[in-house]
Design a protein. Structure first.
Length: 266
């Protein structure tokens, strides 16, 4: 009767059965009217056909539900997921196997856990880049391993994820790689933080260590494209005290202009 009330009130059942949903969809039902008709048919079957159905083997009923469930598996869509996002494909496939062999609730829980692990993996090894000037005068990106500079003496390092404990070692490793291997050695080091929306304690400690290292080597550390909340987190972490109030720029273009003014001035 829940489906009948849902149809009358213009809503859908929250805790519905996937196989029943597939049955209604396969029959062409796309409105609340289908819910009411389904409820009426169920009432009639329970009222008049219960005795007859009692003699139907359980295996037959299971086979009916199984065949309906098979229709829920979209092989073409799974193939597309595999081509576009292999990691998500394996999560979906593993979830499907667990649902079939173990249970729906266990499959849902596993899918949530695996999705979080995949997301953490992306955050653990973000695809950071350095900005360079193209042959046509535009800015483009190159891998960190290129050790490229946007102008001689100025390295712009774009971090493409929130900064937190999992990717802090990578942050430190790549910054040291850029200041040790770049030629000419950088006078300014800019972190483009446009993609950074959070900064935890571990990442702040890493940035403080980086700031001290750069200062010891005579390299100025600046930031570009910071959001307001990340700037506040840096203020609370005393990073602003270390790098100075004038180390924050709205755009990378402002950083380049300021660097050129400093280096061109006598």
């Amino acid at each position: 009767m829940v489906t009948a009330y849902a149809g009358l009130s213009g809503t859908f059942v929250v805790n519905g059965s996937p196989t029943k949903t597939q049955m209604v969809d396969g029959a062409g039902g796309h409105s609340q009217l289908a819910q009411i008709i389904t409820a009426v048919i169920v009432v009639l079957v329970l009222q008049f056909l219960t005795t007859s159905l009692a003699y139907v083997p359980t295996a037959v009923l299971s086979a009916v539900v199984f065949l309906i469930g098979v229709e829920l598996i979209n092989v073409r869509e799974m193939r597309r997921i595999y081509v576009e996002r292999p990691w998500e494909f394996w999560v979906a496939l593993t979830t499907t196997v667990v649902v079939v062999t173990w249970g729906v609730e266990q499959g849902i829980i596993l899918a949530a856990v695996l999705s979080l692990l995949v997301h953490t993996r992306h955050g653990y090894r973000p695809r950071n880049v350095v900005l360079v000037t193209s042959s046509k005068g535009y800015w483009s990106t190159l891998p960190v391993s290129s050790l490229a500079q946007i102008v001689p003496g100025l390295t712009v390092y774009r971090f493409t994820h929130s900064m937190y404990y999992a990717n802090s070692p990578l942050l430190s490793e790549q910054v040291l790689q850029l200041i040790d291997g770049a030629r000419p050695p950088p006078h300014w080091f800019c972190i483009d933080a446009g993609a950074v929306d959070d900064l935890d304690y571990s990442a702040a400690e890493t940035l403080r260590a980086i700031a001290r290292t750069l200062k010891e080597r005579g390299i100025r550390m600046v930031f570009a494209v910071l959001s307001d909340n990340v700037r506040q987190e840096m203020d609370r972490s005393e990073l602003t005290t270390m790098v100075g109030e004038d180390a924050y720029y709205s755009t990378v273009g402002e950083v380049v202009s300021a660097y050129r003014e400093r280096t061109d001035s006598p």
